[in-house]
Design a protein around this ligand. Structure first.
Ligand code: NAD
Length: 292
């Protein structure tokens, strides 16, 4: 069993920590929102004073934070991971952040003798709770072998994608499919509703054929029930689509689908939906079809 230092225990991190504890690992948690960390004491976690304090004595350090600036603060900032690196020499950055910033932080940690893996996840809060996340890994294969007992307590599909940053690039490809697929589901349900079709039956019929998807399975029921609650917030979705667009721009790859769905999410955020779940994209279609 490993000692794990875990930084960022929000929607995803909390469930991931509970699964680490259930698997018998020792976990020290740090979160700038103290109550989020303290809520895990009842599950067996110990609360640390800083990011550095959480990982200092750990075999494996982990971050699960909103975006690149928060990860940079936790790793490079005062009392951060770089100032007291994990004793076991392995760090897994599991948030969805910039691949370029990932490579820079990996190089900085390598100078302190720490192998940093990028290991962003897909599967949402349900996947986090059920320990069935898909984990897309970039970085050193030997470090992955060391981290594997820890990662396998949180995820089911763990794929080594290549060197540092390759996990994040894979996650951005994932988000491109997630965003465009969700748009397709919202659009089909808006059309069916306008035509007077029963939406439950529409979903059942589509689930049985080639229009089936994770979105149709898991988010269409929320869309039909008009339930916009997060889940995976639109603010985070927009962050991912921005990172996807930046990567595509840097590589000179046109992504018209990414541009379209980004603008639909921006419309939703402009209507105050940033804190809602990404399925609240249906509300953009409510507005477009005058069905609010
Ligand atoms: P969240 O906002 O619920 O949790 C983030 C936590 O980090 C919060 O508790 C916050 O207080 C804490 N935090 C912020 N800055 C900090 C800092 N500098 N030091 C320590 N703690 C800090 O976010 P989430 O939904 O758990 O997502 C985390 C990451 O996982 C994001 O990059 C997101 O894109 C990705 N992700 C989320 C989902 C999902 O469905 N929610 C699915 C896959 C991937």
């Amino acid at each position: 069993m490993a000692k794990v230092g875990f930084i960022g225990v929000g929607v995803m991190g909390r469930e991931m920590v509970i699964n680490l504890l259930k698997a018998g690992h020792e976990v020290r948690v740090f979160d700038t929102h103290l109550a989020a960390a303290e809520a895990l004491v009842a599950h067996g976690a110990v609360v640390a004073k800083s990011a550095g304090d959480a990982v200092r004595d750990a075999d494996v350090g982990i971050t699960m934070l909103p975006d690149t600036p928060q990860v940079e603060a936790a790793i490079l900032g005062p009392d951060g991971v770089l100032s007291s690196p994990p004793a076991g020499g392995v760090f897994v950055e599991m948030s969805t952040i910039s691949p370029q910033a990932t490579r820079a932080m990996s190089a900085a940690l390598a100078e302190r003798g720490v192998s940093m893996l990028d290991g962003p996840v897909s599967g949402g809060p349900l996947g986090a709770t059920n320990a069935t996340l898909s984990i897309m890994v970039g970085g050193d294969e030997q470090a992955l072998a060391k981290a594997m007992p820890v990662l396998s307590a949180m995820g089911k599909t763990i794929v080594h994608m290549g060197e540092s940053g390759a996990g994040q690039v894979t996650k951005l490809c994932n988000q491109l499919v997630v965003g465009i697929n969700l748009q397709g589901v919202c659009e089909a349900l808006a059309l069916g509703r306008a035509a007077g079709i029963d939406l439950e039956k529409l979903r059942d019929a589509l689930l049985g054929g080639s229009a089936s998807s994770w979105m149709m399975q898991n988010l269409a029921p929320k869309i039909i029930a008009k339930d916009p609650a997060a889940g995976f917030r639109i603010d985070l979705m927009l962050k991912d689509l921005r990172l996807t667009g930046e990567l595509a721009f840097a590589l000179g790859v046109p992504l018209p689908g990414n541009a379209l769905v980004t603008n639909l999410f921006l419309e939703a955020r402009a209507h105050g939906e940033g804190g809602n779940g990404n399925q609240a994209l249906y509300r953009a279609y409510d507005r477009l079809t005058n069905q609010e």
